[in-house]
Design a protein around this ligand. Sequence first.
Ligand code: SAH
Length: 404
Amino acid sequence: MKVDGELILKPGKERSLARRHPWVYATAVARVVGKPAAGATIAVRAADGAWLAWAAYSPESSIRARCWSFAEAEAIDAGWFAARVRAAVARRAMLGVATNAVRLVFGEADGLPGFIADRYADQLVVQFQAAGVNAQRDALLDALGAATGCANVYDRSDSATRQREGLPPSSGIARGAAPPELVEVHEHGVRYLVDVRRGHKTGFYIDQRDNRRLAGELAARLARERGRAPAVLNCFCYTGGFSIAAARGGAGSVLSIDSSADALALAQRNWALNGLAPAAAEWRAADVFDALRALRDEGRPFDLIVLDPPKFAASHHHVERAARAYKDINLSALRLLAPGGYLLTFSCSGAIDVDLFQKIVAGAVIDARVDCQLLARLAAGIDHPLLMTHPEGEYLKGLLLVRI
Ligand code: SAH
């Protein structure tokens, strides 16, 4: 295939590509041949000139190229992108998830680095997070339309990741008609309204689907075994995902905390949409760090506590400060956890791996002077796969603890 340029790597830097890792860091590049534009398809070559991969060029990013293919015979054209999108969508159809809110394409994991496509009922929402997929916008949108039959696509390319690529934020209608104010989806029998224009990510935390169901199951188990409906605390509740799942499972009361008034307003609509009693819900617009301390003063124990904070560590530079923040909220939560109660605690910081997260939470357990068992390690749902050659793709991890 003829391309607009080539990246020649420094000696020895071909090794990660030989292991089919999809990123080429700027520090690995010896020189650029030609004048490729941002997002252009280029050849990556070893120092001795050997062909290694077809990739997309990201001149502004510390990830200087993202690989499309390790097969030299492949032509990276519209047909190639269509095939990748088709394959990703077909794989999702095989997963059997009980929902119509699904991640159809998940960047590197689906061989399309930086491209996200989520489906909310018949509305698609996309993000172009890297120069390569940004340059292939039309081919990807055409392919997505053909693979799903969905006419309406909304673009939410307004995440911070684009800045690192030198791309401006962009959002709006990408194809078809404007999305409705709120799109209704269902997940394991629970109904949620999603604001695809203004919501976080593409509107909803699709990745927590199975963990929300687990919260519902834990609430049901507590109610059954103890003969009284459990008290639930959901911190960083956003639009009420875990709160509603727990209430549907049989929680007697759910206190939900978030700093965003808009998120809480939508959470309350979601609560009502599921026919749940208003009296069982308490909503607090507050900073969780402060609210947890205030709850301690109130002396109010909880049988199930969910901690699902935003990404505290945006990069490895922030790991130490983030670790302190994770420890702080986990310690506060453990002090509120009734004996026999469950803590579902999460981190979506890619820079904090599962072992470190477990250590941080163990530190909180020690300081709280309680005994806890780790019952399960949790992760994102099955439609957010991890490419085995790209461990950096792992971001969401959770722990299920029980206080004994
Ligand atoms: N568990 C949710 C997703 C949580 S997203 C779900 O399943 O849908 C994280 C949420 O934390 C956001 O709604 C954000 O508004 C809120 N948030 C961020 N920092 C906060 C803080 N310090 N105190 C309270 N809420 C905060």
